[in-house]
Each structure stands twice: as structure tokens, then as C-alpha cells.
Design a protein around this ligand. Structure first.
Ligand code: NDP
Ligand code: MG
Length: 312
């Protein structure tokens, strides 16, 4: 198995698969920042072209926006009939950016969590849940191959669900845009700025609207909504149940529907491609603007003072 890329997912997944006894080659660009890291971790490291040529299964764990170009130029020339192309996100296959030959399997296995957690839970003797999908079964055993890799990665200890490239891609984009990344940061920041604009101390506002989110989410993660409502005070339960729907209104849900539509009809894919064509000019601007948000400045100071912020 050639694992192309040694970032968040590549590092976690390739080490797990190697420790499970699979013959793993890590394919990287020579001189890139992860080349030496993979060697230091004891991995078998080759160039992307060498790894793709040597392997039967090519598992692509590069950033999604780079996969099309790297695949066409450095991987496709070495793909043979009966090989398997594998991913942890369906984006490039679902949107037609990568289109392997008909005699090649196309599969996915995707951990439902970041690479550091994929590795840590494996070392603890368990794993995190994941998804498997087969877009094309050219050899008749594509699902077994995907399940085998998921198992070697530790995912089947927690459990895997079968999905399709379409379902995984569209739900993954929707989740990160509306709830996980986009939704939660806007919700937190709206609460924070409402308190600060009303004259409350930013430090108090930060603890109340940002820091404590983790404590509540941990309860929901472990015990569901009911378990969370049970653990908070009756006052919090009554206040939350009567006020929450005034915040996430029909307008917010209509916004979610529009965002989903833009994912389904290719509007988002087109915008993201245009953004990458300009080398992420808007993205860089938005990153810089986020850093200047009061909540980020106050938060950084508080996390440092409380010893909460860990370095990568
Ligand atoms: P990363 O951004 O962490 O990948 C970085 C790796 O890609 C490095 O090894 C880097 O090499 C290499 N790389 C980047 N650009 C190029 C390039 N142009 N040519 C060659 N190598 C390149 O990616 P992730 O791990 O976040 O994501 C990988 C896949 O996993 C994606 O499909 C993603 O959607 C999916 N996924 C990610 C999750 C996550 O939590 N991050 C969760 C589930 C799925 P170098 O050091 O040389 O720059
Ligand atoms: Mg996701």
C-alpha cells in the first residue's frame, strides 16, 4: 500500500497500517517538510512516483485541493489494471476531478476524526469509527480491500458504516460548513460579541461562550442531549429549552438548506476551485481577519494564562 501524503491523516493512518503488519510505503515529495518526519518515524519513504509504481493499492492522503494535479502528473502514469485507488474523502472522485481507468478499483475508508486521534486511539488498543465506500469494484473484492485497510487502521474496533462517495462527500461538506466549523465559530463569536458589546468583561464572556462549549459538547458526545440536560442545572435546562429555538430560527435552517443545495449542485466545488486558482487569496485574507477578532486575542491570552493551550 502506498500512502501518498504524511500530514494529519497520512501520518496516523500509515503508522497504524504498518504496525498492523501491512506493507506500507509512504509516497512524498523529496525535500518537503514531511519527508524527514516520515523517515524519523521509521517509515519506508519513497517519491510519489516510486511509491505509486511499487504499490497495488494507492491511498491518497494529500490536501483535497492538490489531489487532482498530483494524481494526473505523478500517480496516474503508474496505475495498472487491477490496482486500487483509495481515499479518505470522496471529493475528487465525486466531483469528477480524478477519473481512474475502468479496470481500477475506487474505494474509500475515512476515519471520523483527526489523524492524531486515529493514532492515539490505536496505540490505546482501540480506534475511532469510520466509513467505507466503493465507487467502482473492478476486481470483485474492492469492499473487502477497503474493510481490510479500515481494520488495519483500527477503525473496525469502533465500527465502520458503509456509505457512497456521494453521501460521504455531500454530508461531510455540509457538516463542516454549517455545524462543525462554520456554524460553531459563528455561534460562539455571536454570543461573545453580544456580551462584550453589552459591557461585560471579555474574559468572562470568553469563558461563558467559548471555553464552556467543550464541557457541554463532551456531555452530548458521551450521553446525548438528554444526558447533557440531566447534568446541567434545572435552570440551565429550562432556559436552554425555552430560548434555543429563538437563536437557531427557521432563517438559520433555510440558510442550511441553501448551503446544502450549493454543495449538491456544484456551486461550492466551483468556488473552491476558483479560490485555489488564485492561490487562496480570499482564504488568506479571511485567515488574517479571524486572527484580529477580539475573541481570538482574549482567548489566546487566557488559554496561555490558564495553561490550556498545548503546542502542536
Ligand atoms: P494534510 O494537509 O495534513 O496533508 C499534508 C501532506 O500532503 C504532507 O505530507 C504534504 O507534504 C503533502 N502535500 C501537500 N501538498 C502537496 C503537493 N502539492 N504535492 C505533494 N505532496 C503534497 O492533509 P489531511 O491529512 O488533512 O487530509 C488528507 C485527506 O484526508 C483529505 O482527503 C481529507 O479530506 C481527508 N480527511 C482529513 C481529515 C482531517 O482530520 N484532517 C479527517 C478525515 C479525512 P509536504 O510535507 O511535502 O508539504
Ligand atoms: Mg468530516
Amino acid at each position: 500500500i502506498a500512502v501518498i501524503g504524511y500530514g494529519s491523516q497520512g501520518r496516523g493512518q500509515s503508522r497504524n497500517m504498518a504496525d498492523s503488519g501491512l506493507n506500507v510505503i509512504v509516497g512524498l515529495r523529496e525535500g518537503g517538510s514531511s519527508w524527514q518526519k516520515a523517515i524519523d518515524d521509521g517509515m519506508n519513504v519513497k517519491t510519489i512516483e516510486e511509491a505509486a509504481e511499487a504499490a497495488d493499492i494507492i491511498h491518497i492522503l494529500l490536501p483535497d485541493e492538490t489531489q487532482e494535479k498530483v494524481y494526473k502528473e505523478q500517480i496516474a502514469p503508474y496505475v495498472e489494471a487491477g490496482n486500487t485507488i483509495s481515499f479518505s474523502h470522496g471529493y475528487n472522485i465525486h466531483f469528477g476531478l480524478i477519473d481512474p481507468a475502468e479496470d481500477v478499483n475506487i474505494v474509500m475508508f475515512a476515519p471520523k476524526g483527526p489523524g492524531s486521534m486515529v493514532r492515539r486511539t490505536y496505540e490505546e488498543g482501540f480506534g475511532i469509527p469510520g466509513l467505507v465506500a466503493v465507487e467502482r469494484d473492478a476486481t470483485g473484492d474492492a469492499l473487502q480491500l477497503a474493510l481490510g485497510m479500515a481494520k488495519a487502521c483500527g477503525l473496525t474496533k469502533a465500527g465502520v458504516l458503509e456509505t457512497t462517495f456521494q453521501e460521504e462527500t455531500e454530508t461531510d461538506l455540509f457538516g463542516e460548513q454549517t455545524v462543525l466549523c462554520g456554524g460553531i465559530t459563528e455561534l460562539i463569536n455571536a454570543g461573545f460579541t453580544t456580551l462584550v458589546e453589552a459591557g461585560y468583561q471579555p474574559e468572562i464572556a470568553y469563558f461563558e461562550t467559548c471555553h464552556e462549549v467543550k464541557l457541554i459538547v463532551d456531555l452530548i458526545y458521551e450521553k446525548g442531549f438528554a444526558g447533557m440536560w440531566h447534568d446541567v442545572s434545572n435552570t440551565a435546562e429550562y432556559g436552554g429549552l425555552t430560548r434555543g429555538k429563538r437563536i437557531i430560527t427557521q432563517e438559520a435552517k433555510d440558510g442550511m438548506k441553501t448551503v446544502l443545495k450549493e454543495i449538491q449542485d456544484g456551486t461550492f466545488k466551483k468556488q473552491w476551485a476558483e479560490e485555489n486558482a488564485t492561490d487562496g487569496a480570499n482564504l488568506k485574507e479571511m485567515r488574517a481577519a479571524q486572527e484580529q477578532e477580539d475573541i481570538e486575542i482574549v482567548g489566546a491570552r487566557l488559554r496561555k494564562a490558564c495553561g490550556l493551550q498545548k503546542d502542536d
